[in-house]
Write a protein that binds this ligand. Structure first.
Ligand code: IMP
Length: 188
């Protein structure tokens, strides 16, 4: 089975390919940009983006929105994660976390799927963890160097990508999409 994935982020495509290959799906990347709706919910961003791209593309498509949600910062940066990374970067986030004992954070991911003229659907996946006190590792991307998932001692950036993919928010959201697609679109 094959799916078109609209994203400008090559790391996401690589991870989605690795994750979906295990589940028997092929991913084709589509270079269509879409406006991100302002909402604290990754599901809203994915639903809106999927509808926009499906109509523009004239075919079924998935999009994906991810954010890092830090409890002690009232779940900031959340859906502003990209903007925050592009401005103050992980060092700015670590500065906000100086002297903060509650290090709990989670990545939340939503995969949006839509066919042209149809109603979009969203599939959520989250992974719990903590914010490390310093960036560690050179794998992964984005916030991976400061995020340690529950039960781990390494950051996502220190883990081989297959290990990150086995537990990640992206894996969970894509697996939920695949489970639904197998049920609702057999033979696709
Ligand atoms: P968006 O989903 O493209 O809006 O991504 C939001 C921000 O989170 C971007 O700056 C990404 O680099 C970052 N991000 C997305 N997925 C991951 C991930 O799996 N690990 C670490 N950072 C991520």
């Amino acid at each position: 089975m094959r799916v078109q994935f609209a994203t400008s982020n090559e790391h996401k495509v690589a991870e989605a390919r690795g994750i979906l290959a295990v589940l028997g799906w092929e991913v084709e990347r589509v270079a269509i940009d879409y406006p991100e709706v302002r909402s604290p919910s990754v599901e809203d961003v994915a639903l809106d983006g999927a509808r926009y791209v499906a109509d523009k593309l004239g075919g079924p498509v998935i999009v994906e929105d991810t954010g890092l949600f830090i409890r002690a910062l009232k779940w900031f940066p959340g859906t502003y994660s990209k903007y925050v990374l592009n401005t103050v970067d992980v060092t700015g986030v670590l500065r906000l976390m100086e002297g903060v004992d509650d290090r709990y954070a989670e990545f939340r991911c939503a995969v949006g799927f839509c066919e042209p003229g149809g109603d979009p659907k969203a599939f959520a996946g989250a992974v719990p963890g903590t914010i490390n006190h310093a960036p560690l590792g050179d794998g992964g991307f984005g916030y991976d160097p400061i995020f340690i998932t529950e039960g781990e001692s390494r950051t996502f950036a220190q883990m081989p990508v297959e290990e990150k993919n086995a537990v990640s928010h992206r894996r969970r959201a894509l697996a939920a999409f695949v489970a639904w697609a197998r049920e609702e679109m057999p033979g696709r």
